[in-house]
Write a new protein. Sequence first.
Lengths: 108, 187
Amino acid sequence: MLNFRCPNCEITADETDLHCDGQAHIERFGAGASDDDLETYLFMRHNPKGVHFERWRHVFGCGKWFNAARCTVTLEVFGTYSAQSLVPPKSLINKIKKKRPEWEGFVK
Amino acid sequence: MFSVTGLNGASSNGSINVKDAGLIGMITLRGDLKSDAIAKVIKVVTGTNIPDQRQCVFTSKGATAWMSPDELLVMVDYESVDATIAKMEKSLQGVHSLIVNVSDARAVFELTGSSIRDVISKGSPADMSSKILPVGEVRRTRIAQLAVAFWFTSDTTARLVCFRSVAGYVMDWLENASEKGSEVGFH
């Protein structure tokens, strides 16, 4: 069972109170973009064995979105942060690096 | 016009007492909860301050519950809802906000008994310990697969709010979960 602390209402909720919406920090391409960019935006996703950044919504709670970093192997949650971030906070990246020295770092 | 609640006075008496809380005026207010204009209007209509994160505050006039970083649930007399909304809309003119009467879109339960925490735990992932959910704190979560919100008004009384359309189901669920002989005795 995954437990996340929602940064909006500061409640620790389990995954059944939440809804996952896939990879976070996706760069969006719209009208006028090249076919390659549009394809990447629409279809190409990371599928890491290890550290993953995701968007979650506290759907049965405050209804707000947030981002989370977790491990897809051990289900360890490294932390949650505001959905209004273009990249994960430095402190969180440092924390993950300490725990997973082999991790290649955040890739957009 | 004749109004009834979604529960129409239903009640059950198992390990806890579950009953229809009756007609309650409920208004959803969304906006910037840090703004003075909203603080002022809340003070006027319920007599309370803006509740802190996840809190529910009461006066004899009404109650205000924190629902999300930009949403409050304002509770007043059922009969005075329309007048209250008119008052709120007038004083929030020009302030980015949303005010909706949800009185008839919700059902409210009054729970009484010493094992409310155990009963809700049977179908909700919320941590029901009194340290995590003390009296006066609102928890929005689910029971079975339905969105609910509840808060304790004392150690042995609580209020639970759900959508009106599922009121009958939640009533059945609570009745079943509080059946005599099924006490858990954990909390």
